[in-house]
Design a protein around this ligand. Structure first.
Ligand code: PNS
Length: 173
């Protein structure tokens, strides 16, 4: 049997129940799963810093022995080789994800044929869920129950509240 190490890359800003569903599925399929937070997000739009995202992911996956949380910068395929990984795990929620995911998977394969992309579907109840939509609902005061773990919901609410307090002050300066 081969020793399959997979990288599950993403922004995870913040981690959602959909991500966690995929991490659980991936941990059953692969010998080792590295959840890798990409340092390539537009800073102005980010809700959490890289260490904060890492801390939340670690708290939520502590019970999974073969799951490791890490961060990376630069090309995903270079990081895969550096980690000795032979697979990239990505979630496909709906057909709308397919075009972008196909482009990324084929481009990654062109750059690094030793790394295969594996797509998995999260549970249907998460098929409409994304970190972007969680951030938007939270900013507009909507409910996050069932979308993210309770601890993450608390952190999101705190962060949004801090931003609301600091934003008008900045505007007045
Ligand atoms: O959670 P996201 O935003 O869908 O994750 C996208 C991510 C981080 C997986 C993607 O942007 C990525 O792989 N970035 C690393 C840079 C890279 O390798 N780009 C070329 C992709 S073909």
């Amino acid at each position: 049997m081969k020793n399959i190490v997979a990288i599950y890359p993403g922004s995870f800003d913040p981690v959602t129940n959909g991500h966690l569903d995929l991490i659980h599925r991936g941990s059953k399929l692969f010998d080792k799963l590295v959840v890798a937070i990409a340092r390539n997000m537009d800073k102005a739009e980010a809700l959490f810093s890289m260490p904060e995202r890492k801390e939340m992911l670690m708290a939520m996956t502590g019970d999974l022995d073969n799951v490791v949380i890490d961060t990376f910068e630069g090309l995903l395929v270079s990081y895969c080789i550096q980690q000795g990984a032979n697979a990239v795990l990505r979630g496909i929620r709906a057909i709308s994800d397919y075009e972008f995911e196909l482009q990324m998977a084929l481009m990654n394969r062109k750059m690094e044929p030793r790394v295969e992309t594996v797509f998995m579907m999260p549970a249907e109840q998460y098929s409409y869920l994304s970190s972007r939509i969680v951030r938007e609902i939270a900013k507009l005061g909507g409910p996050l129950q069932g979308l993210v773990p309770a601890m993450v919901e608390e952190r999101v609410r705190e962060r949004i509240a801090q931003r609301h307090i600091s934003a008008p002050r900045k505007h007045l300066l």
